[in-house]
Design a protein around this ligand. Structure first.
Ligand code: PMP
Length: 361
């Protein structure tokens, strides 16, 4: 029997709406001082690693994990003073955003984003076939409520993304502004609070089963657990139900559920690390203040700055040559010439400030 001839080009074609889409990349350059991805410069406590090892020794690995992640969700609910039914957990807060887009986005639906902001707020909707309506922040990079009203009126977004503190500007949205967006929006307002523990205010106080607003959080930054990939959402119980409907069975493994739950026992250590980073942020800001750069006020663990008389990409390259990696945002919308530096240890920040001083002179 002869087999049919294979087609000339056997490769399946990508979905037409994804043909032009590039993957999301943050350059991982092997240098001594890495201040480009807003991780914690400090590891979690050794006692946490010991507790995880002990717990993991008792895991029934031949069994699927708890599909509802009940103990982890209860511990998070207790941390935030909400009901476990108001907490949804996933593999990083990016996956929470993906679940939101799967549940509420898709063909014929739009999300609203306000640039410059976290790039995955438009990238993830695109992957899920959701269109993206873009509004602009003000010239000072703060949230512009007139732009929010315009986008809401034009496309009635199924999801309106806010980011507070905003990545990559570091700026905080005031409570009145977030409440106003929630009152104005047609669909669900998503407040991405990946950096909230570094800031003086959180939209968690607005979460209520009668308000279409959710807050997303991550273990990647303040909990020093970027390697674990764990994030969550706090919001109305009906949102959590909708997200569960689009979630793969047993998406959160037993190891991660234990690692996250046990981390919450070390909240005091987390708060101490956050205080150290906030104090170090002030020192970094003061150091930047002595150099020829413009910088924006940050309520997060990073600072956005723009060299006054030098090209952003050239400065980025000069820093890499001196063993320091920061984020090059200079070609992002609304961020001409800007770079973003994560707050590191005092030694790392001194290395950064020294290298930047050299590059700028
Ligand atoms: N939201 C914002 C604003 C972020 O900056 C990041 C990380 N860069 C994330 C979400 C994703 O965090 P996670 O590691 O939990 O996926």
């Amino acid at each position: 029997m002869s087999l049919p001839a294979p087609p000339l080009d056997p490769r399946p074609r990508r979905r037409p709406d994804l043909v032009a889409l590039e993957g999301y990349h943050s350059p991982q350059v092997d240098v001594a001082v890495r201040l480009n991805t807003n991780e914690s410069p400090y590891p979690p406590p050794a006692a946490w690693a010991e507790a995880v090892a002990e717990e993991v020794a008792g895991v029934e690995w031949h069994r699927y994990p708890d599909r509802q992640a009940r103990r982890l969700r209860s511990a998070l609910a207790e941390l935030h003073g909400v009901a476990p039914e108001q907490v949804y957990v996933a593999n990083g807060s990016n996956e929470v955003i993906q679940a939101l887009c799967l549940a509420y986005g898709g063909r014929g639906r739009a999300v609203g984003v306000f640039e410059p902001t976290y790039r995955l707020h438009s990238h993830i909707p695109s992957i899920t076939g959701t269109s993206v309506a873009t509004g602009a922040r003000s010239a000072e990079l703060s949230l512009d409520l007139d732009e929010v009203r315009r986008v809401v009126a034009e496309v009635e977004p199924a999801l309106t993304f806010l980011c507070s503190p905003n990545n990559p500007t570091g700026m905080l949205d005031p409570p009145e502004a977030v409440a106003e967006v929630a009152a104005t929006s047609a669909g669900l307002v998503v407040v991405d609070e990946a950096y909230a523990e570094f800031s003086p205010w959180s939209a968690l106080e607005l979460v209520d089963d009668d308000r279409a607003l959710v807050v997303t959080r991550t273990f990647s930054k303040t909990w020093s657990m970027a390697g674990a990939r764990l994030g969550y959402l706090v919001g109305p119980a009906w949102v959590v139900e909708d997200l569960s409907a689009v979630t793969l069975p047993y998406h959160l493994d037993a190891f991660k559920q234990a690692a996250g739950r046990l981390a919450l026992r070390f909240e005091d250590d987390m708060r101490r690390r956050v205080s150290a980073v906030v104090a170090e942020r002030a020192r970094l800001v003061a150091g930047l203040g002595t150099l020829a750069v413009r910088q924006w006020p940050s309520a997060a663990n990073f600072v956005l700055f723009r060299p006054v008389d030098a090209d952003g990409s050239t400065v980025w390259q000069g820093l890499v040559e001196r063993g320091v990696l920061v984020r090059d945002c200079s070609s992002w919308p609304g961020l001409d010439g800007c770079l973003r530096v994560t707050v590191g240890t005092p030694e790392e920040d001194d290395a950064f400030l020294g290298a930047l001083g050299e590059v700028l002179t």
